[in-house]
Design a protein around this ligand. Sequence first.
Ligand code: FAD
Length: 510
Amino acid sequence: MSKIGLHWFRYGLRLHDNPPLLKAIKTCSKVIPLYILDTDYFKPDKVGINRIGFLLDTLKALDSDLRAKGSRLFVAQGNPNEVIRNLIQEHKVELLSFERDTEPYNKHMDNNIIETAKSLNVETFPLWGHTMFDPEYLLEMSNGKAPLTMTSFLTLMSETGDPPKPLDPPESMPSPIDNLKCKDVFVYEGIPTLSDLKGFNFDPKDYTTWFVAGEKEAIKKMTEFLAQKHRVSTFEKPKTLPTALQPDTTALSPYITRGSLSSRLFYHSLKDTLKGMQSSKPPVSLKGQLYWREMAYLIGFSVPNFNQMEGNPICKQIPWLTGEEAKSLLEKWEMGQTGYPAVDAVMNQLRTEGWMHHLARHLVACYLTRGDLWVTWELGRDVFDKHLVDADWSINNFSWHWLSCSAFFHQYFRCYSPVAFFKKTDPNGNYIKKHVPILAKFPDKYIYEPWTAPKGIQTACGCIIGKDYPKPMVDHKFVSKENMDRMKKAYDAGKAKAKNSGEPPAKKLK
Ligand code: FAD
């Protein structure tokens, strides 16, 4: 066994439950562990500092875990197909292993790379690992069409049973090669820091998320959460608090998304925790949350043009604002300058911490689209994608469809109020006071509607509305009603078009 293998780390930035890595270790005497920073995927103007900083910290942690097992991580930058082709040729690689992916861009990349490897007579092991199940198997089980409702997804899950058990991490790693130098491939000396990144221009002091990256931290956080057995067994997502100052849910999404924590490990650890106990049930339970994730991935894997409205068979066609018209509205929303403190607090938390509670995401996504500003969900999705440390192509697109009533959820007459929604869980506005500090001195009575405070109070609080903090950019009570009418018209037009063309309207596939 004197083979040289190349293991290309994709999302699975971990040692546990990593099927393709284990395959390479079993078959090769030397394994080159590689991460490729693909700048066509991470476009410098589209990716924010918290998102990329968290990724780099994850790579640093992975490097340290690999070193503890006798190896290390190499980080290259460029087009993965070209990087891999060059490295295979330069280092006489005979085996290539990597985790397959479900996103269209990455699926296309996978196919190209498999072709490249074939043309160079290199054995390839592209295996699934980022989802609980092989998505091709799930699609086959559901006759080629992803279930579009949780009820039908749960039926599918009752047929599949539990996902496979997670694999243990390797005891040790084969040694890597000493040096990855290669003509035409840019390889970093070690793990790049934010200031090292080629083609990006970040100021490290803007890296402000509190999440600590890496597999060890992920497993520690999961273990600590699961140790709270009562909390776990009674977990019901809709009852958790969007305005809590510390996360009221597991806050494991950055680890699951960046691949530091395998969803199969989480599933089976959860199952072991709940053994013999009465517990809440999907879709609201913790297991249910993993099912939402799996369902979003399956839909993203199989629905054409899932990341856009046009040409997307399950997406309602709605005449949203786009282009220049949308730009200035979007900017105010992104920068927490809408004048509605609850919305601005969530957007400020997004930019500074890179994470918000699920229902907080609901509020701002509804506000941007069908609720208030009528801006296309695709632009909101991009802003989330830029800043979230858990930015996830499948879940993000899935959720924006949902909140904009473009698919999955169609009750557009139910709308989140930027004034009333958070009052239910946070009557004193502590969440707002934390994330919109300019309003911190406002009496509780005015915290959700500071523009209604008398001038004298505004002066005493050191914040004049319209000068130090914006007035509401729209009147929610008025525009939300107007937008419901627009939604109705768009839905009716969709139905009429489908009727005239004889085609089925955008609807549930199953
Ligand atoms: P928990 O409630 O503790 O759930 C455990 C895990 O289950 C999560 O870590 C996540 O992997 C999965 N999960 C939970 N809720 C959902 C859901 N609704 N759909 C799919 N999977 C879920 N989540 C992301 O991970 N990345 C995103 O880019 C993302 N974008 C979103 C955009 C919008 C507009 C909305 C409304 C939601 C989005 N979500 C996204 C889903 C959800 O808000 C987060 O997964 C969740 O808040 C993460 O916190 P947690 O780990 O404490 O979740």
